[in-house]
Design a binder for this molecule. Sequence first.
Ligand SMILES: *Cc1c(COP(=O)(O)O)cnc(C)c1O
Length: 393
Amino acid sequence: MTDPIELTSVPAEEPVAAQAEAVIDLDAIAANVEVLREHAGTAAVMAVVKADAYNHGAVAVARTALAAGARELGVTTIAEAIELRAAGIEAPILSWLNTSDADFAAAIDADVEIGVSSAAHLRAVGAAARARGRTATVSVKVDTGLNRNGASPHEYPVLLDELAKLEAERAVRFRAIFSHLAHADEPDHPIVEVQRDRFVDAITAAKRIGLTPELVHLSNSAATLTRPDLAFDMVRPGIAIYGLSPIPERGQLGLRPAMTLRGRVALVKEVAAGEGVSYGHEWIAPHDTHVALLPLGYADGIPRALGGRFEVLLGGVRRPSIGRVCMDQVVVDLGPLPPTVREGDSAIFFGSGAAGEPIAQDWADTLNTIHYEVVTGIRGRTVRTYTHGGELA
Ligand SMILES: *Cc1c(COP(=O)(O)O)cnc(C)c1O
């Protein structure tokens, strides 16, 4: 180089790897959508990307799922839908859980389909549509036995009456009837049949008074993968998009977990026999050993209840957690032999399992919860990154 500026310039800084990282494999997301499409047959796939795509990043997941053939997107709140619109996503988006004072005007302006569960919700949508001078797109959520969101049997006819009025004045366009299953993860449970029958009855009741939905949909991930007879016009998988089996007793069902949680070793040290490790000294070294400190704690979503009850993959080997999980850090045992693990090495807390690392289901089993809670709980200082085609995206 002859350029004197080159000679004196400081080298470009290498990006500093995050201490705690949730790596999202977008190829896994795409492959999981393909698996779901195969099961859905002729039914469309609505990718459920609520709660920031189950904490995988709503915009990146939505784009990937649509590119892989998902037709529509489902979210909980209007704010979630508008985040997707702001990113330039034009596919249909349904928002299904809002209070009557929600910003329905913003939803109408952004062409977001609104799910309503009561006549009061629908009246509020109608008022917003009149105020904007535009037609709102509405889907009716009917409660067929979950007894959570959705119009109850008492409310449903009142809601339909209101819908007929608003449709007549073109304040709303009636898009769909949908419902949600209580026992989809037990596909042979008799309640599934009860809910299907009630769903079909609800559709018939609407049609009888001249309200014909453009489409109807019922199935979540578990039903999509095990009950093709319930696919109707569209399926609404969430957890399976992220590669987590909706029925863990039946195995992975061809799905690939998309989130890998990893952290980098901050310190390696010796601990002498008889010394206690971490607050309260719940673990006492049975012999001279070495430990590694990992800078993720309960503030980052490692549940405190996991202390001493999980393993990480570090240096190609599973290493047990020892002592309590702290706010910012955990300690793992490397054993008595001279350690090959070094500061800066990467430890996998959970991932796809392909390299022998734990999976989110392992934490769920230990904690007596579900993997949905494990992946949505990762937070704090954890930085989210994406891979695509084996490269950082
Ligand atoms: C969350 C949700 C889904 C997706 O459920 P999974 O079990 O994650 O597949 C589908 N429909 C509704 C109404 C939901 O709230």
